[in-house]
Design a protein around this ligand. Structure first.
Ligand code: FES
Ligand code: FES
Length: 163
């Protein structure tokens, strides 16, 4: 199939990428851009391991064709923090043991990022509802929810301090 030229802004950086229009966005990110944070789990839109942020919405990147992403602004887990300067969500997952094997974690944190953008002070029930599309085989979810609530508090405190 003829390849097409895509323009993507990923984690704040512009990229021109040559890809087949029907190629899945998760493959473009992982194989063409080397961003292996978003994971491939089910590849059928169930598990959420491939979750990224695209144009201000949480998106399962195994359900998006490359052609649909042309011109998009994308954030992956790699764009949220660095090993030396973790995002409050990353810090909270570490602090509250929100992960075990870590396979679901990039998708969980990227989804939680958008959830807290939309609702900066969620209740526990709202966190559970908002995270319903992301599955974890290890943790039983309790510590993931705890971590997201703790990150929300921390992010609100940082925001207030900056105002
Ligand atoms: S790999 Fe995309 S939802 Fe499971
Ligand atoms: S930590 Fe293993 S799947 Fe979630």
């Amino acid at each position: 199939m003829k390849k097409m030229q895509l323009t993507l802004t990923v984690n704040g950086e512009a990229h021109d990428v040559l890809a087949e229009p029907r190629e899945l966005l998760i493959h473009v990110l992982r194989e063409r851009l080397g961003l292996t944070g978003p994971h491939i789990g089910c590849e059928t839109s169930h598990c959420g391991a491939c979750t990224i942020d695209m144009n201000g919405r949480s998106v399962k990147s195994c359900t998006v064709f490359a052609a649909q992403a042309d011109g998009a602004a994308i954030t992956t887990i790699e764009g949220l923090g660095t090993p030396g300067a973790l995002h409050p969500l990353q810090e909270a997952f570490r602090e509250h043991h929100g992960l075990q094997c870590g396979f679901c974690t990039p998708g969980m944190i990227t989804r939680a990022f958008r959830l807290l953008q939309e609702n900066p002070s969620p209740t526990e029930a709202e966190v559970r509802m908002g995270m319903a599309g992301n599955l974890c085989r290890c943790t039983g979810y309790q510590n993931i929810v705890k971590a997201i609530l703790a990150a929300a508090t921390e992010m609100n405190t940082l925001k207030e301090a900056a105002e």
